[in-house]
Design a protein around this ligand. Sequence first.
Ligand code: SF4
Ligand code: SF4
Length: 379
Amino acid sequence: MPNRAAQKSRISLVKCAAYKSAEVAAALEKAFALLGGIGVFITPGSKVLVKPNLLMAVPASSGIVTHPEVVRAVIRELKKINCRVLLGDGPSAMNLGKERVERVYEATGMRLLAEQEGVELVRFEKHRMRKGVPLSALLDECDALVNVPKFKTHTLMFLSGAVKNLYGLVSGPYKTELHRRYFRPEQFAEVLADIYGSVKPALTVIDGIVAMEGDGPGTGGRLRSQGVLLVGRDCVALDSALAFMAGVKPEGVLSNRAAARKGLGNCDLNAIEVLGEPLEAVCDSAFRPPSTSITAAIPGFLLAPLQRLMRFFKPKIDRLLCVRCGECVKICPVKAVRFIDGYPRVEQGKCISCFCCHETCPARAIKITRSWIARLAGL
Ligand code: SF4
Ligand code: SF4
């Protein structure tokens, strides 16, 4: 396999202020033109799997999921070169039943979009092992994967962008198992990098029109108008551009660091050619990174052993906001959450700080708090 990091990666960055169909289509067309056209990435007439980020059953206005207008623009570009498009995602980190997936497609607007654009809406029901991880078998049935993530912060990985979005391809129950087995951030980053290396999307289009800052990627984050679309093949380069916008060092994003070390992409901004808008031109106000990202300042050789010894952050449930839906209990990979006196409670001795509960809580009721050791260390 050629070492992608040895070459300069090219990505395009274009401004797009709103989710208006014509505006998004024009911006995406421009982004492709800067890179030589969509044909540089996708062979005309291919069967293509388009994978947006559909974390949970919420409307696009929540900013938690990829906006349907971005997906629509991608589908239309693919149709221009006679591609057959399949659209789908494996939502959330739990073993959802058929009905739950349908609810996600309904709420996020993907069902309507698929009907309007005449494309097949698919569920990730069958899986095949790739490098020890069960990934959607649709990857084998399609000629190319088109990755359409949302630009969001992420409390465990700092960033949910191009590489993190591919985690949705993992078989439902196995997502939880991977979180349980590889719970330390640097371990989980290795898993993400391996998945990226295994599936290699032919093309990635990032929805950064409305981005998420703070404690994303779910209801705990805050929306901000970022007004950008990013396009390219190198997911590490794309995530490095997002990291720059988010005010985090690209190599401080653990999945970037892991993927770059494996030779899967560039996280050195000097080795990334950004066509269109310069990165500095879209960083006009301070971006609030996730509260956990303060550990990005700790050198990698120190961070890993420290995290083996202690937890810097932990989840805390706010009873006033909790709607007692039980999602946190179902999703916790180590069964550290249970209902006591009618409310969920985290058994901190069991908790592995994977923050799956924070990610899936529909009511912003789970906060990330610093442990005493983090406070002592001045984090
Ligand atoms: S997921 Fe959130 S709202 Fe639901 S029970 Fe847990 S803390 Fe409460
Ligand atoms: S309580 Fe939350 S953060 Fe702790 S292990 Fe369970 S899901 Fe992960």
